[in-house]
Write a protein that binds this ligand. Structure first.
Ligand code: DC
Length: 234
């Protein structure tokens, strides 16, 4: 039986209510995307978690990331499950969730290299799109507005001053070279981090989370997103 994505027209219909939020590391995407999804009463999906879970599993299995064939074989053998549960994305690899390991220094250091693989990105595209088949969703990442849901009318590009982003990461107590990761994410050939021409640019450097979410809700209203009656920042 064809999946809903294989039936003409339906994939586009699913995409039409996907809210895409892209931007560099520590620009506030996750916090804002979660708060926006909560205000809208719809699921929140952190696409980076999928790249992180795969990277975690590869490291855990001792797969050499510089060997294309070992990498592809290991990914092919993975049982990757991505599901929305309780309005949030849960990712399991071979039945296990990475938990806090998804943000370990080893994963932080390797994930951009894994995410740069065009072969892997092609495999993940239908998985991300399928998540929007259940109804409206807020999805954040690097290529959501440009590659995953290019037809969505609801796109945001969140940015912030690099020094402020670095400080935010330090406050979270994470060892993460965000400058290097941003460079890798922007300069890769496959679906690099970039602002979609029709994405609303929001610089969060001097804005609170509530201000950013408020701005997004205004924009969604203007663009015709079906807001619930009580959509407010909680
Ligand atoms: O958002 P994050 O820091 O958890 O993402 C982890 C890495 O995954 C990041 O370096 C870029 C990559 N990524 C990507 O290439 N495309 C996405 N849609 C999401 C994340």
């Amino acid at each position: 039986m064809p999946s809903r994505c294989e039936q003409p027209g339906l994939e586009e219909a699913a995409q039409s209510l996907a809210v895409a939020i892209d931007g560099p590391s520590a620009s506030g995407k996750s916090t804002v995307a979660k708060a926006l999804a909560q205000a809208l009463g719809i699921p929140y999906c952190n696409s980076g978690l999928v790249y992180r879970a795969i990277t975690w599993s590869l490291i855990d299995k001792g797969v050499p990331l510089d060997s294309q064939s070992a990498f592809k074989t290991a990914v092919r053998q993975m049982n990757l499950e991505c599901r929305i549960e309780g309005n949030e994305l849960r990712v399991r690899v071979d039945g296990r969730e990475p938990g806090e390991e998804a943000r370990s220094p080893a994963v932080n250091a390797a994930v951009s290299r894994v995410a740069a693989c065009s072969w892997l990105r092609r495999r993940l595209l239908p998985i991300f799109r399928r998540l929007a088949e259940g109804g409206p969703i807020v999805m954040e990442g690097r290529d959501i507005g440009t590659a995953v849901f290019p037809n969505s009318r609801f796109k945001f590009y969140l940015d912030a001053d690099p020094r402020v982003r670095e400080q935010r990461r330090q406050k979270q107590g994470e060892a993460d070279s965000i400058g290097e990761r941003d460079w890798e994410d922007r300069s890769r050939a496959a679906a690099p981090l970039q602002r979609a021409p029709d994405a609303v640019l929001i610089d969060s450097t001097e804005m609170t989370v509530d201000e950013v979410v408020g701005r997004m809700l205004d924009e969604l209203r203007k663009r015709g997103f079906p807001l619930p009656k009580d959509s407010s920042i909680r």
